[in-house]
Design a protein around this ligand. Structure first.
Ligand SMILES: *Cc1c(COP(=O)(O)O)cnc(C)c1O
Length: 401
């Protein structure tokens, strides 16, 4: 029996499995290319927010990039030091800003002048100085899927250079704001160095202009977005990536901050799902599995490709099929027109590169229980989130009977 078959038998399916040793390797490789400078790697919690994953990140020395107060609290709860936590996002509520300030995290990443004014008012009320960073939109095309492209003026994220400059000047003169960082995040699943290089150059120039105004920025945050290999796409050479940022920075003395999500956890994850049955509609072959779009929505949402392998069927003859789930939507599929061997009830399929934006984007659609998550580390497996029961799913509702 293969390792995955044994895990499927022990924990049931559908199931997420994350190899923590892979996370360690990816983290170390990134830290290594940054070693010529002070750097802080802040894992983007939204990619995989399981507490054990975050605890592992804390153990590696990572910080966290959060996009809600819930994520900030998760990071703190999992043992990430407060001085390594960044709070980003275009729409922060007053109560979220207040709680972030009370928790004294590293910095709030601001995305508009309006937001800066709210932060200033709340900091003043609390009698604290808010450390802030500004997300600058460098208007650069990251050449990725439009849903995960964020660095163009047509996207809702960040502010343009001129507004950023005004904001920094305002912040410097404010008693309640301390501008400590500058930030860009141009998109996700980026597979070329050039967009990063261009964005880093635009922001490094702004940083030099700010320096001339006696605004001293300490953190240069290059966001996330490093792509991984789902299919045959080229990926970024990390060394080249780091060097292009270093060369943009030149002699500027700043701490480099990087916010990878997918890069750190994407490849570590496997989604295990069992075949319920095969079905043929005329010439079309469907493999119907027990996992569905509510468990892993990336294929439906972004037409994302995930490699799928049938366990224990090496060498068997293959034919074309669609792999679909039981949810009542035509968009409920994991793959279309891929080649798989003939499959029977209970055969196991392994959906690869599922560690990022998998479980975190899952839902209870069709009153399906969210699946269990398992960690693999040093050859051992352990449950890090139990499967939801029907009672869990309805626990917060009232039937008014
Ligand atoms: C989503 C996000 C990230 C992580 O993106 P990846 O493509 O997963 O690396 C980093 N920073 C910010 C601000 C984000 O919104």
């Amino acid at each position: 029996m293969t390792k995955f078959s044994a895990l499927a038998q022990k924990y049931g399916t559908p199931l997420y499995v994350y190899n923590f040793d892979t996370i360690t390797q990816k983290f170390s490789a990134l830290k290594e290319v940054f070693k010529a400078r002070k750097s802080l790697i802040c894992f983007a919690v939204k990619a995989n927010s399981n507490l054990s994953v975050l605890h592992h990140m804390a153990h590696l020395g990572a910080g966290c990039d959060c996009v809600s107060i819930g994520e900030v609290k998760r990071a703190l709860f999992a043992g990430i030091p407060k001085y390594k936590i960044i709070f980003s996002g275009v729409g922060k509520r007053d109560d979220e800003i207040e709680e972030a300030l009370r928790n004294d995290i590293l910095m709030l990443n601001l995305e508009s002048e309006e937001e800066m004014k709210r932060v200033e008012i709340i900091a003043e009320k609390l009698g604290v100085v808010a450390r802030i960073s500004i997300r600058v939109n460098p208007n650069i095309d990251p050449k990725t899927h439009p849903y995960i492209s964020t660095g163009l003026h047509e996207n809702k994220f960040g502010v343009d250079i001129e507004s950023a400059k005004r904001m920094y000047i305002h912040a410097k003169n404010s008693l309640s704001l301390d501008p400590v960082g500058i930030h860009f995040h141009i998109g996700s699943q980026i597979t070329e160095v050039n967009p990063f290089k261009e964005a880093a150059e635009v922001l490094a120039n702004l940083l030099r202009n700010l320096k001339a105004l006696k605004i001293d920025i300490k953190f240069f945050d290059v966001g996330g977005g490093i792509g991984i290999q789902y299919k045959e796409e080229e990926t970024i050479a990390l060394y080249e990536y780091a060097q292009s940022i270093f060369s943009a920075l030149g002699g500027l003395d700043v701490t480099l901050v990087c916010e990878p999500g997918r890069y750190l956890v994407g490849d570590c994850g496997y989604f295990l799902t069992k075949v319920l049955y095969e079905k043929h509609n005329g010439f079309k072959r469907f493999v119907i599995v027990d996992g569905a779009m509510n468990d892993l929505i990336r294929p439906s949402l972004y037409q994302a490709y995930h490699a799928i392998e049938a366990e224990g069927k090496e060498g068997a003859e293959k034919s074309v099929c669609d792999v679909v789930g039981p949810v009542c939507e035509s968009g409920d599929f994991f793959a279309k027109n891929i080649e798989l061997p003939a499959l029977e009830h209970d055969d196991l399929l392994v959906v690869k590169s599922a560690g990022a934006y998998g479980f975190t984007m899952s839902s209870n659609y069709n009153t399906r229980s969210r699946v269990a998550e398992v960690a693999l580390q040093n050859g051992e497996d352990r449950l890090i989130r139990r499967r939801e029961t029907f009672e869990d799913v309805i626990a917060l509702e009232k039937a008014c009977l």
